[in-house]
Design a protein. Structure first.
Length: 322
């Protein structure tokens, strides 16, 4: 079969190679799946660069989530979402997933959309509901609102009845954020984020902030967080890890919450199952639908991973082997 392989760490476009490799063999508790679509994630680039918290042995195939069809066994033919078992990632014609991570793909979504309803939406749901306790009528501020992670949070926030303020970089992404349903859109390149949020909230600030960016985005969040507000930290796409001033947290009376979705998969998989059921229901109701901006063939995966890492894409990019 064909699969992308990384033999040495570096920029995805430079180190990913499309090669002929043996089909992976599932071990105990694992399933072989034919990849129908693989969603491109920021961690895929971090894996290529050797900067992710998980470092599979070289060579490896990147790709951390997929929609696939089970090949063989009692569940043969079942269309599922799953996380591939590295070093055999999703950017190939077949992959191996664990039985427990293989959950039914929502019928309401096509393969590329279904692949994108996994990690990003699970992260958003746990971050907004389990960690921040987002309530109907509250104001949710989402950074990188037109990106893959941010767009999921926007849709989940609207589904929960929140008023959503989306922060983006550039006019094209501002249009995407409006189409996603943001009530207010702030272009950080031409507007003062803190001033715009305070104006939009009558000076009260945002009740919940969803931050996959870090750096300047976090600094702005701390300046426009509401009384008893909650800042949910889900990543550092800017490359800058903030160092919060705890004196400011104390004086302003807000919370800073971390969200590592993978820990729920490890420590409380039943909660992940319940979340998947809720996301499937929301998709069936039309309340959420992943924004897949591009569907690229397998030979376009390296370029797609690079562009997602560079922050020049909107929504989700899916690799469809065909």
């Amino acid at each position: 079969m064909q699969a992308w392989r990384v033999h040495t760490n570096g920029e995805p476009r430079d180190v990913m190679r499309l090669e002929e490799v043996p089909e992976p063999e599932p071990g105990p508790g694992q399933l072989l799946v034919r990849v129908r679509a693989a969603n491109v994630n920021y961690p895929d680039a971090m894996l290529c660069r050797g900067e992710y918290q998980v470092r599979p042995p070289l060579p490896f195939t990147p790709g951390v989530e997929l929609c696939g069809e089970i090949v063989g066994g009692a569940r043969a033919g079942e269309r599922v979402l799953g996380q591939p078992v590295l070093p055999c990632g999703a950017f190939g014609e077949t992959a191996v997933v664990t039985e427990e991570s293989a959950r039914p793909a929502p019928d309401a979504l096509d393969d590329a959309e279904a692949a994108a309803l996994h990690i990003g939406y699970q992260t958003g749901w746990f971050g907004l509901h389990r960690r921040a306790g987002l309530r109907k009528g509250e104001t949710l501020l989402v950074h990188a609102a037109a990106g893959g992670v941010g767009s999921a949070a926007v849709q989940l926030g609207k589904a929960a009845g929140a008023r959503v303020i989306g922060v983006v970089g550039g006019a094209a992404k501002a249009e995407v954020a409006r189409d996603l349903g943001c009530d207010v859109v702030v272009d950080r390149r031409s507007e003062d984020v803190v001033g715009a949020v305070k104006e939009a909230t009558g000076g009260a600030g945002a009740d919940v902030v969803y931050d996959p960016v870090g750096g300047d985005a976090y600094a702005a969040s701390a300046k426009c967080i509401a009384f008893e507000g909650r800042i949910v930290v889900v990543g550092f796409a800017s490359g800058a890890v903030p160092t919060p001033g705890l004196n400011h947290v104390l004086v302003k009376n807000y919370s800073v919450l971390g969200l590592h979705w993978g820990l729920y998969a490890q420590r409380e998989p039943s909660a992940v199952d319940r979340c998947h059921e809720e996301l499937t229901r929301l998709a069936a109701d039309g309340a959420v639908r992943p924004l897949v901006s591009e569907r690229v063939p397998l030979d376009g995966a390296a370029d797609a991973v690079q562009r997602v890492f560079d922050g020049v894409t909107t929504g989700r990019v899916a690799v469809v082997p065909g």
